[in-house]
Design a protein around this ligand. Structure first.
Ligand SMILES: C[S@@+](CC[C@H](N)C(=O)[O-])C[C@H]1O[C@@H](n2cnc3c(N)ncnc32)[C@H](O)[C@@H]1O
Length: 249
């Protein structure tokens, strides 16, 4: 299945909401990914506003970020002035060196599935590490989760919304890499924590998801209004970061 380009470019129009409401990534993940990778230059694909970049930039002196959306890239540069930002999609990026680590946070699924493994292989130095990770946001309370599910279903959004675990993309990646003789040392890790979201932040978070962004504005407003009512005083979100690791031979 190809990438839905209409959905891959919607994040920049909600850059402030994205920055305010999306969770970041655990510090332990950053430490473990850097321990797995050899020393050397690092490449991030689809850096957005820098939710993952900030953690890596604190430890890495040579960090290049590929990001196609100029509004996301501007927020990224403001937050992480020391990183090199290359404007454009990863499919068009021509590496000027081989990287010791390529990582991508919540963005690898937007890169052309027919080309992304070749592109990663070509960008990495021998023994270089590939780290792909995604956050899952699941309301901790079963009743709230079910009610959000019914709401999403009424609007035809059931398959991609916040009430359920989407397909596990880290597991899918590992599965694909298992059959690729150019990669070895596959590993899979998971980091879980719970965060309290008030209704405003949860509605804002929901509104940053691509499946909600592509709705006509009046419909989106209606859905988000209903989400806010349903959540009331807020909710506990179980945040799980799923990580797939591999090493280029
Ligand atoms: C869901 S956001 C994730 C941003 C950030 N990594 C984070 O974790 O918050 C996906 C990002 O991928 C970018 N993107 C979409 N298609 C891309 C492509 N083909 N190559 C590189 N980045 C892409 C979008 O502009 C957006 O900034």
């Amino acid at each position: 299945m190809g990438v839905d380009r209409r959905r891959s470019v919607v994040f920049g129009e909600a850059v402030e909401q994205y920055e305010a409401a999306r969770p970041g990534y655990p510090e332990r993940l950053v430490t473990e990914v850097l321990a797995y990778a050899p020393d050397g230059p690092v490449l991030e694909v689809g850096a957005g506003t820098g939710k993952a970049t900030a953690g890596f930039a604190a430890h890495v002196s040579d960090l290049t970020c590929v990001e196609p959306d100029p509004r996301m890239a501007a927020a990224l540069t403001a937050k992480c002035p020391g990183v090199r930002v290359v404007s454009g999609i990863f499919e068009d990026y021509v590496p000027d060196r081989r990287f010791a680590l390529l990582y991508s946070a919540q963005a690898w699924h937007w890169v052309d599935p027919d080309r992304r493994w070749d592109l990663a292989h070509d960008a990495l130095a021998p023994s270089g590490a590939l780290a792909l990770f995604w956050n899952h946001y699941i309301p901790a309370d079963d009743g709230v989760r079910a009610a959000l599910g019914r709401l999403a279903e009424r609007y035809g959004l059931a398959s991609q919304s916040l009430h359920q675990n989407e397909g596990d993309r880290a597991e899918e990646s590992r599965h694909l890499l298992e059959d690729d003789p150019r990669f070895t040392d596959l590993d899979r890790r998971r980091y879980t924590r719970t965060e309290r979201y008030d209704a405003y932040r949860f509605v804002t978070l929901t509104g940053t998801m691509s499946v909600y962004r592509i709705l006509p504005p009046d419909v989106r407003e209606r859905v988000l209004g209903e989400v806010g009512e349903l959540v009331g005083d807020g909710l506990d979100l179980t945040l799980t970061t799923e990580l797939a690791l591999a090493r280029r031979i």
